[in-house]
Ligand binder design. Sequence first.
Ligand code: NAP
Length: 305
Amino acid sequence: MALSDPVVAEPAADPAAAMPADWPALWEALLQDRAAAAIAAGAAVLCSPASPASAAWLELYQPLLNARRAPARSDVRPWVLAQLGQSLDGCVATATGDSYFVTGAHSLLHLHRLRALCDAVLVGAGTVAVDDPQLTTRRVPGPHPVRVVLDPAARLDGSARLLRDGAAPTLWLCDSRHAAVARERLASASAEVLAVDGLLDAAEPARGPDLGRAFAALAARGLRVMLVEGGGVTVSRCLEAGLLDRLHLVIAPVIIGAGRRGLQHPGPARMADCLRPPTRRLALGEDMLWDLDLRGPAGVAAAPG
Ligand SMILES: NC(=O)c1ccc[n+]([C@@H]2O[C@H](COP(=O)([O-])OP(=O)(O)OC[C@H]3O[C@@H](n4cnc5c(N)ncnc54)[C@H](OP(=O)(O)O)[C@@H]3O)[C@@H](O)[C@H]2O)c1
């Protein structure tokens, strides 16, 4: 799914019309719960779904609220949910990088709801370079998350919209060695450079930056519930580093071909050792959302056949 303002017409279906009748009130209660949990761990506003359909939606978003209720500690990593909108053949964009739109309007609304329930949304520099996203919650009621661009070597030129529009607090996260360059490129722009020592000193640099350090730096900023919104490289690296608590894979009925991959981590040699976490499914219009609990009991390996 494209993450920024559409540059082509969006899918026409009205996703709001497909939601249960009690959804607007339930969403309002979820936002109140989010605010209460942010103020005091353990505080909760009761959300009472009126129908099985709204109960399913509530169940989908409840883990984000539960994560917020954990006692605040700046020395632990955030709770992290990643989401990717992909084709049936596992691509998140065409070979040219075009991702407007992989998934449909219902999925786009779901993505904005996730943003509203998270403290921060993080994307890789590749996504910013190609999509120039806004990463706001403009399609749903709810607060904007802090926006984080993971750009360890400060390869972006500083002109990206989210670094300059002031729509929400924004962090340009890079290794300390590249922070001065990033600050120079920002000049008077509203974003802030978050310099992280040792980000580029991972044990295996070929596998990307030390994401544990990146998330620790975000936790130290009080960002406790995070959404990693792509691209495929960044989500795959987070998965491989064991940093994801949950993964939302939204699969659209489209075949892209030789496009940009979604998940692309090496994986084990034996089928029996592959990740087979507990899952739930929810239809988002024509798309199917797979909600993967990566901390679930069978999230580490499949049971022998
Ligand atoms: N469908 C979806 O859900 C979804 C979500 C997000 C993005 N997307 C699409 O995914 C694509 C981007 O994802 P991705 O996996 O390639 O990257 P990404 O995860 O967003 O960012 C990390 C990758 O970008 C590279 N990179 C760093 N600076 C860059 C720059 N200035 N220009 C270009 N690349 C740079 C990094 O290389 P190094 O590690 O070598 O620095 C790394 O390979 C885009 O086409 C975007 O439209 C789709």
